[in-house]
Unconditional design. Structure first.
Length: 318
């Protein structure tokens, strides 16, 4: 999923990463299995200098996009497990096993979890003309008009998955209208051509506050700090509809435990830095942290959840 983070955010990230890269010490390489300038790339470039400070060595970012994250992820799976290479994976890491009949690595055994970096909830928004002021009314409307309500989403993105999860949990027949990117999808919801969609909180809120979109609910476990007045899907009576775009560090399988422990401790220290937290909070990213075991459990749960939804929806990248 594409999210439009601010140019100030990008500039700060690139400048900080460049400064760290000047150190002569042996670097840690963060492979981003996505294109430069996208959300995962920006997250990597912001955490890199902080992680470098706490590790005492430079951290560089390398983009290896392609095949929905598979190209870069495979490169890390096949890297030496010597503590010099990690991947910053995202939601496709959990959806690719169900989307692809055969992967060039095993998602659960080819990697060692390091830490969950952060999560970004989505916001369910509707055009003001839609006769639904909240989630309950939207579900009732969808049940009264099966197969008639459309939603906009970039195919196989987090917003698409969120809508299919809503469909699965409520037994409704809402119809996906595919788009190449969230920008065009948002434009058509704003114009009223499509009645609703899931989108990132930070890109939706200006339209909500301008009155051109109606906010129905966020998809995190808790209310978003950017919009504490908006209830969650859980509060709206749908405890199973929890969806976040997330970012996590994983290393090649076989990386020594002490190295994983060092990486985990340094990343947790980085995530406690006030400036880092403030920067991510302004973009609606909720920093996480925790242990490798907690990330392992999280990835297992994501694979199980999205596998069910993807199979039910008939998604396939093959």
């Amino acid at each position: 999923m594409r999210r439009h983070l601010s140019w100030a955010f990008l500039t700060l990230a690139l400048a900080a990463a460049h400064a760290v890269a000047q150190s002569p010490a042996r670097p840690l390489r963060i492979v981003v299995p996505a294109a430069a300038g996208g959300p995962t790339d920006l997250v990597a470039r912001v955490i890199a200098p902080a992680l470098g400070r706490h590790l005492g060595r430079p951290v560089i970012v390398e983009n290896r996009g392609g095949a929905g994250g598979i190209v870069g992820t495979e490169a890390v799976a096949k890297s030496a497990p010597d503590g010099t290479t990690v991947a910053l994976v995202f939601i496709s890491h959990a959806t690719n096993p169900a989307m692809n009949a055969k992967l060039p690595y095993d998602t659960l055994t080819s990697f060692t979890p390091v830490v969950l970096v952060g999560q970004q909830p989505l916001l369910l928004v509707a055009h003001p003309s839609l006769a639904a002021a909240n989630v309950k009314e939207l579900v009732a409307l969808a049940k009264a008009r099966p197969g008639e309500l459309n939603y906009a989403a970039d195919t196989a993105s987090a917003p698409h998955l969120a809508a299919e999860l809503l469909k699965h949990e409520t037994g409704t027949r809402i119809v996906h209208v595919p788009y190449k990117g969230n920008g065009p999808a948002l434009s058509d919801v704003l114009s009223g051509q499509i009645p609703f969609m899931f989108n990132t909180v930070n890109t939706s809120l200006p339209h909500v506050r301008a009155g051109t979109l109606r906010a129905l609910a966020t998809t995190g476990s808790n209310r978003s700090a950017l919009a504490p007045e908006i209830p969650t899907m859980v509060e709206s009576g749908l405890p199973g509809v929890v969806v976040t775009a997330w970012y996590a560090l994983v290393a090649p399988a076989g990386t020594p435990r002490e190295t994983i422990a060092q990486l985990n401790a340094a990343m947790n220290e980085s995530l406690r830095e006030p400036e880092l937290r403030k920067l991510f909070s302004s973009q609606g990213v909720e920093l996480a942290g925790g242990t490798p075991a907690e990330l392992d459990a999280f990835i297992h749960a994501e694979i199980a959840k999205w596998g069910t939804i993807i199979r039910a929806a008939g998604f396939s990248a093959n």
